[in-house]
Ligand binder design. Structure first.
Ligand SMILES: O=C(O)CCC(=O)c1ccccc1C(=O)O
Ligand SMILES: [Mg+2]
Length: 372
């Protein structure tokens, strides 16, 4: 056990979970393999101690590479003591061993607590983390573009820009470096110089390949290259950064944070920016804490998900809103899912996502989910 307690939690809370399975509209090609479907658990918690029952909802959608396996997540949720409300406090899922399970449980509890006190989830999280500025009402987001042929990738990028995105994230590392360079060139030519372009290699390259990729990609004014090396290679990542005479392309980490933790990443000086997935870090509270630690170390935090369903995506929007002046986040992924648990309460317009006004995640909008 990491021993940390969730926000909220009361002896009269009862918690339940049920499985769901959602397909993507089409597979998202990444160097880590194709993401085709998202299987997870919806978690509901209810407090029935007084006349006005309050409820909360959470989501645990594991993705190996970032979180525990589906089976380990299921076991952590099944085995959690106190799920019938008779034993409290329950064994809380361990943030390092089962981050997705902990995410689901802690989200349900903090949603309940925020609904109980009439606060937006973002406001509740910011207050608990002692953030002194008021969370935003909208957060900037990037468009997510999977692997594909250069013309296909450029067309998808152009569509995103037409929809109002001014920051694009392209998956790379599925193909040879030369082929990826042509894809990035095609996108830069298609969208012009005003659009921010990020690329995400998902740990595909070794040090030599990464160095030549960064040298070749330096021509395209990239905002950053995400996870150019495998998660564990913190020293290699530090060496790739501009400060040590590299290509000048900023480096972001993602898998490294999930695998090694934010403190190891910061101590190693491994990154200019850090991607933070609440599902991989054990919950919205832990993701916000990591973002604030990164920010104070001069590392730019970016909130994304593992293509989560609407409950966890909405929670991630609240986390992003609680980070002062957050950079574009990878949260505009609802359209990648063929179906979802509930209608999306966060419209995307002009490259920004609206933060629901609450209380909790989104007022009463998930109530039907809570009852199901
Ligand atoms: O950051 C984004 O734009 C969307 C999230 C994303 O790319 C992703 C989705 C599923 C699994 C891994 C990743 C990733 O960032 O590597
Ligand atoms: Mg990534």
């Amino acid at each position: 056990m990491t021993g940390d307690r969730p926000l909220g939690g009361d002896p009269t809370d009862t918690m339940r979970h049920r499985p769901f399975a959602l397909d993507l509209t089409r597979p998202l090609g990444t160097a880590h393999g194709e993401v085709r479907s998202r299987d997870g658990f919806l978690i509901t918690v209810e407090r029935e101690s007084d006349d006005s029952p309050v409820s909360g909802v959470g989501e645990a959608t594991p993705l190996p590479g970032w979180t525990e396996s589906y089976e380990a997540c299921a076991a952590a949720l099944d085995e959690r003591a106190g799920s019938d409300g008779t034993e409290w406090p329950p064994d809380f899922p361990d943030a390092e061993a089962t981050p997705a399970a902990r995410h689901g449980v802690s989200l349900a509890l903090v949603d309940l607590a925020a609904r109980d006190s009439g606060e937006r989830l973002a406001d509740r999280l910011a207050a608990e983390a002692a953030v002194d500025s008021t969370p935003a009402d909208a957060v900037p987001v990037n468009a997510t573009v999977g692997d594909g042929e250069p013309a296909e990738t450029a067309a998808e990028a152009e569509r995103a820009v037409d929809e109002g995105f001014d920051c694009l994230k392209l998956k790379v590392g599925v193909r040879e470096v030369d082929a990826d360079v042509e894809r990035v060139r095609a996108v830069r030519e298609a969208v012009g110089d005003e659009i921010a372009i990020r690329v995400d290699a998902n740990g595909a390259w070794d040090r030599e390949t990464a160095r030549s990729a960064l040298d070749a990609l330096a021509a395209f004014d990239l905002a950053y290259v995400e996870q150019p090396l495998p998660a564990d290679e913190l020293d290699g990542l530090a060496a790739l950064r501009g400060i040590s005479g590299g290509s000048g392309v900023p480096i972001a980490v993602d898998e490294s944070v999930a695998v090694r933790g934010i403190d190891a990443v910061l101590a190693a000086n491994a990154a200019d920016a850090t991607v933070l997935k609440p599902m991989a870090l054990g919950g919205p509270d832990r993701a916000l804490a990591a973002a604030l630690r990164a920010r104070s170390a001069g590392v730019d935090p970016v909130v994304t998900t593992t293509i989560d369903a609407v409950v966890a995506r909405t929670a991630a929007v609240h986390v992003a809103a609680a980070i002062p002046d957050v950079s574009p986040c990878g949260l505009a992924t609802g359209s990648l899912l063929d179906e979802d648990l509930a209608p999306d309460p966060c419209p995307v317009a002009d490259g920004r996502m609206e933060v629901p006004s609450g209380p909790g995640l989104t007022g009463d909008a998930f109530d039907e989910l809570r009852r199901s």
